[in-house]
Design a protein around this ligand. Structure first.
Ligand SMILES: [Zn+2]
Length: 264
């Protein structure tokens, strides 16, 4: 079994001291491919550099938390980055009305600008959404006919919300959130209805360590991805090997295509 972790925050400073060991442990656990998350222009640049250095993939985008601090030329910067062969998606982008670190107006504007870029470049989108489901779906419906696909990263919602994303042809990213029996009640019921053809797996490392593991995981790493898959297997009744094949194939289909006009 080989695994593809579609959400790793490897530019996080919690990995700066031992990134090589983190990547070695990931490969020992058959986590062979990763998509490094970019959260603003600077981080997206660092993510791309890491991806290039370690033969991985990355995203280029601005997280809604940072929508209020973008520079006027941020779309140009993202466009430049998105042309690098390692950069396989626009994001993470979306709406986060949970903490509202940026105003809703800024979040909506910066999200739409990134969707426009994704359409222009025909790159998939790596979507973040928290407490903004209705607004996010409304915008996505508008863009969907022109988008080259995408994934609802770190999906934590209920069945109805999941099916709305599926209806838009999007993939669903499952993190260690699934392993939290207290907070993930609805998600744990929803995944029983998630078709294997739309599943992707992600650790969101160093965040969202699977909570059911003892001794407790202090810092989530890509090597923990199979633990999330095991939980998903037990909730869905789908054999682990089939989950590995489906999620890897889905991730490779969306993010693994060789870009047409790549430059290094
Ligand atoms: Zn996110």
């Amino acid at each position: 079994m080989t695994w593809f972790d579609i959400g790793v925050n490897l530019t996080n400073k919690r990995f700066s001291a031992d990134l090589d060991q983190v990547l070695t442990r990931a490969r020992q656990n058959k986590v062979c491919q990763m998509l490094i998350t970019g959260t603003d222009v600077q981080e997206s640049h660092s993510a791309w550099q890491l991806a290039k250095q370690h033969q991985l993939f990355s995203t280029a985008g601005v997280h809604p938390h940072y929508a209020g601090s973008v520079q006027p030329d941020f779309v140009d910067k993202l466009r430049q980055l998105a042309k690098k062969p390692q950069v396989r998606a626009i994001g993470e982008c979306g709406l986060d009305f949970n903490r509202n670190f940026s105003t809703r107006e800024d979040q909506l504007r910066v999200f739409e600008q990134q969707l426009e870029l994704a359409v222009e470049l025909q790159k998939p989108v790596f979507l973040h959404e928290r407490d903004a489901f209705n607004e996010q779906i409304a915008i996505l419906k508008r863009f969907r006919p022109h988008l080259a696909g995408g994934v609802a990263h770190c999906f934590t919602g209920n069945r109805e919300q999941m099916e709305a994303y599926l209806d838009l042809g999007l993939y669903i990213g499952i993190t260690g959130w699934l392993c939290d029996e207290r907070r993930a009640t609805e998600l744990r019921q929803a995944v029983a209805h998630l078709p294997p053809a739309r599943m992707m797996l992600e650790t969101d490392a160093p965040y969202l360590a699977p909570r059911h593991v003892r001794p407790r995981i202090e810092r989530c790493e890509p090597c923990h991805l199979p633990l999330i898959a095991e939980e998903l297997a037990s909730l869905t009744g789908i054999p682990l090997a089939q989950l590995a094949t489906s999620s890897f194939t889905n991730s490779q289909t969306l993010f693994g295509q060789e870009p047409h006009d790549g430059q290094s």
